[in-house]
Design a protein around this ligand. Sequence first.
Ligand code: NAD
Length: 313
Amino acid sequence: MRSVITGGAGFIGSHLVDALVARGDEVTVIDNLVTGSLGTINTHVIDETVRFVCEDLLGDGWQDLLAGQDRVYHLAADPDVRASAGSPFRVYRENLAATECVLEAMREQGVTELVFTSTSTVYGEASVIPTPEDYSPMEPISIYGGTKLACEAMISSYAHTYGMKAWVFRFANIVGPRSNHGVIWDFVHKLRDNPQELEILGDGRQIKSYFSVEACIEAFLYATAHAHQPFNVFNIGSEDWIDVRSIAEIVIGEMGLSGIPLRYTGGDRGWKGDVPKMLLSVERLRGLGWRPLTNSEESVRRAARELVHEIQG
Ligand code: NAD
């Protein structure tokens, strides 16, 4: 299969590159390296199993690369929920306008399959937990979540209007090596800079689902092989959750520290747009025969161990 991955030098994108190369796909990565790094995929670029193109999706230097491709995996985005409140127009451009550019290039070049990485934040503060894909009303409470829901709407309209097939995956928190943001990454950096205390945003009781990046990729490749509607939507995450205090203790332990005082900034959420609780129903994906083989605590512990090693050397 000939595949293009936007954002393929980022955290999740680089793991997807590994998986697609391993199964023999011809892979082209388009990434402007704003948060991604060539180091994440360099071995594939050096041995020429991956073609890397450094371009911004909002520019016009990449559209012709889509000619003759079978599928686009569109992962490029600004994934920072917390920072999105500070720059809504930039997030709109990086997320929604860039997605529109990808859809237009696909239409012009005749590429008919799209995989899109969406998020649990499209649900906002859901009253049904675990939250199923058909939950309503969809009321995102972050700028990030709002742009992702708008992307989903555009993708649905293109799929139905232009005969495309799209798979939209709403991820829980995805964790693992090479991540460059998120709570585990944040705690490891804070403790490396100051091992005397750990600041925790909110009251630390926020409780959410976490899922290993490798398991996430297995899940969404499984769904693309088994779901064949024009527009397919799936939640992906583990079937349980873990709170921020427990994550802090796991990170402290994995860094070989103990007895570190935890300082809470207070309130039931970490930032504007955060939700105190998030757990996604994965029954729809289970209905296709998929089973999550890891839980939140295992995913966090493994990611913490790998990130400590990566960040501290
Ligand atoms: P990331 O920042 O590591 O990856 C994003 C990549 O996109 C980076 O390599 C960046 O350089 C690139 N990029 C950004 N804007 C670009 C542009 N205009 N042109 C070209 N390249 C551009 O983030 P990630 O955590 O790997 O997230 C990947 C996708 O998964 C995103 O769409 C994100 O919204 C989604 N997602 C992530 C999580 C998570 O827990 N990490 C959860 C839900 C959804």
